[in-house]
Each structure stands twice: as C-alpha cells, then as structure tokens.
Design a protein around this ligand. Structure first.
Ligand code: ES4
Ligand code: ZN
Length: 326
C-alpha cells in the first residue's frame, strides 16, 4: 500500500501581491487595539461579513478603510512578517511585494514609516524565511499623475530600496496614458516596470501599458483573451501575465473559478503565473489558489510545473537567484 506523503509545494515566485492586502482580520483588530483606534465593526464576525464584493471598487473601499490601523513602522513590519511566514508555508521562495505609499501619505503616515517598516523586514527575508524579495512601489491610478511623480521623487531622494514600480487601484477610466511621465521617470531611474491592466479594464489598456508605459510585465491581463491579435503579441514577446484566480472570482471579473480563462491562457501559450493579489481578502494564498484551481480543472503535473517555472522566469530576481530556484 502506498504511504500518504504530504505534498511538498513546488517552489514558486509570487509576483502579484499587495502587502496591505495581507492584513488578516485578527491582525486588523490587534493593531487597532495597540494604536487606540476604534474600528466601525463590533468584532471579527462583523468585519468578516464585509468581505463580499461586487466589483473592484467595493473591495478597494474596505481595503483602504482597514489600512487605518497601520500607523507605525512596527505595524508595517508586523504585517510584512506575517505575510512572509505564511508565504513560506505556501512554497513561495521569491516574492515581489507591492506597497501603496500614497494610501498611507494621504492618512498622514510619514513615507519613512511605511517604507522602512516593510523594507527592514524584507532586508533579511531570505535568511529568515528562505524568500528573496523585491519591493515594488505601486501608484494609485485614480489619483493625479502629479501625486505619483512627487512620491516617486521622494522615494528616489531617500534611496528607498525599491526595485520596480507598479500601477494599481481603480482601473476603468484611469488608463495607462495618464502615467506616461511617471513611467519615463522610473525607467530613467533604472527601475523595472509593471502595471495592472486588463483586470476590469479593456484589452486596449494592456496594449497601452506596453506601448505607452513600456512595462515588462502585466498584472492580471485576463482581458487579453478578448483580443486575438494581442494574445499573439503577448505570446511572441513572452510578456508575463501575473494572474490572480481567486481575486478574479471574488471581484467578479469572472463568474466562477470554472469560468476562469487560466487554462485557455496556458493553452494559448501565454506566459502566465498564479498569484494571490490580496490574500486576506480573496480567500487564499498562492497554495490555496493552486489547490482550488486543481480542484476545478484537471491541470496536469506538467501544467503546474510550467506555472511554477513561469513565475520564476518572469521575476525581477537576479539570474543567479532564478537558477537556484529552477
Ligand atoms: C488591487 Cl485586485 C486589485 N486591483 C487593483 N488595485 C489593487 N490594489 C490592491 N488590490
Ligand atoms: Zn493587484
């Protein structure tokens, strides 16, 4: 008889992760208590009832509201440690972590507190958790470009340890064309470039992120499937798409997981990876995303190995680190 051996997770890179989206309800309450903040919920159960979303904006409203508990450098560090611990258990060996500095500045939190809180933990993540990390400064596309330019300037002036920039928040009505100067400035500073595109927004936003912003990677990108010419281009150029299946279900970008385009994207030859986006809000970490995908689609071992290898190849890690992980 075969002995049941617990499945060892494949080594993966997580490329699409908002650190503020890893704040679990328990930590939200613990930080609120520590900081003397009164939350507009009586307790955990009432907070947990809010996690039913109808679209991206309904999620963003709760995501921004819950950030109120993040006040000190220590709060940002504690949140980051909690993510790394859970990600290590999920098999994540490299993580590219977005943070939203503007969402904290607008609440009066000093830039230094949020950057140092996260970055101080990332500095030793490989030794402590076996996870190499890169910090990505993400900019809120529903704010003016001038705000993003100012914050990027401050990050560069303080020598913040960021490796890339991203673009997130409310997509529809805030196209890539709004941020051409921001991406030109980041490119000049030697930063790697990614942007959310084609989550709720149209396939044309993916084209514009490539052509107007010069991004190397697309976050989400599922709407590319509406445009066969774009699919062909993404396949030919091997552009990575950081897909987040449970996020797409919970934000109703797709009806159910069974309707998710991931298998069709793989079959089309697209360079897709599996990521958790905002795991505390969307029902799971990378391992949970893989497990639920496997329960619904019979992904072959080959498909799963390809998804894992894509994540590592598509990362901004050094070639040495990639070779270690492959
Ligand atoms: C986000 Cl799922 C998603 N989309 C756009 N912006 C975001 N920020 C945090 N999660
Ligand atoms: Zn995202």
């Amino acid at each position: 008889a075969e002995t049941a051996v617990p499945a060892k997770p494949l080594p993966v890179a997580e490329l699409h992760l908002h650190i503020e989206g890893t704040l679990q309800p328990e930590l939200i309450f613990a930080l609120a208590e520590r900081n003397g903040i009164t939350l507009p919920y009586s307790g955990l159960d009432e907070l947990r009832q809010k996690y039913e979303f109808t679209d991206l904006q309904s999620f963003l409203d709760l995501y921004y509201a819950n950030m109120a508990v993040l006040q000190t450098e220590q709060d940002f560090a504690d949140m980051t440690r909690a993510y790394l611990e859970r990600a290590a258990a999920a098999g994540v060996r490299h993580a590219e972590i977005m943070m939203d500095p503007q969402a904290h500045l607008s609440r009066g939190i000093p830039l230094e507190a949020c950057v140092k809180g996260v970055a101080s933990v990332l500095a030793t993540s490989e030794e402590e958790y076996g996870i190499s990390t890169i910090l990505i400064a993400a900019f809120l596309r529903d704010l003016p470009e001038d705000s993003a330019l100012e914050v990027l300037g401050r990050l560069l002036a303080m020598n913040a340890p960021i490796g890339a920039i991203g673009l997130d928040s409310a997509e529809v009505g805030n196209p890539p064309s709004k941020f051409e100067r921001l991406y030109a400035k980041a490119r000049e500073a030697g930063l790697r470039l990614t942007a959310h595109a084609g989550e709720e927004g149209p396939a044309s936003y993916i084209v514009d992120a490539l052509d107007l912003l010069g991004v190397e990677r697309i976050d989400h990108g599922i709407r590319c499937m509406d445009d066969p010419d774009l699919v062909e281009r993404l396949v030919d150029a091997r552009i990575p798409l950081t897909v987040c299946p449970l996020s797409n279900v919970r934000l109703r970008a797709v009806d159910t997981l069974a309707d998710h385009p991931l298998p069709a994207m793989l079959a089309a030859g697209l360079n897709v990876s599996v990521n958790s986006d905002d795991p505390a809000y969307f029902g799971g970490y990378v391992d949970d995303n893989f497990a639920q995908l496997t329960a619904v689609f019979d992904l072959s071992d080959f498909d799963k190995a390809r998804l894992a290898a894509n994540s590592i190849h598509s990362s901004f890690a050094s070639e040495e680190r990639k070779a270690e992980l492959l």
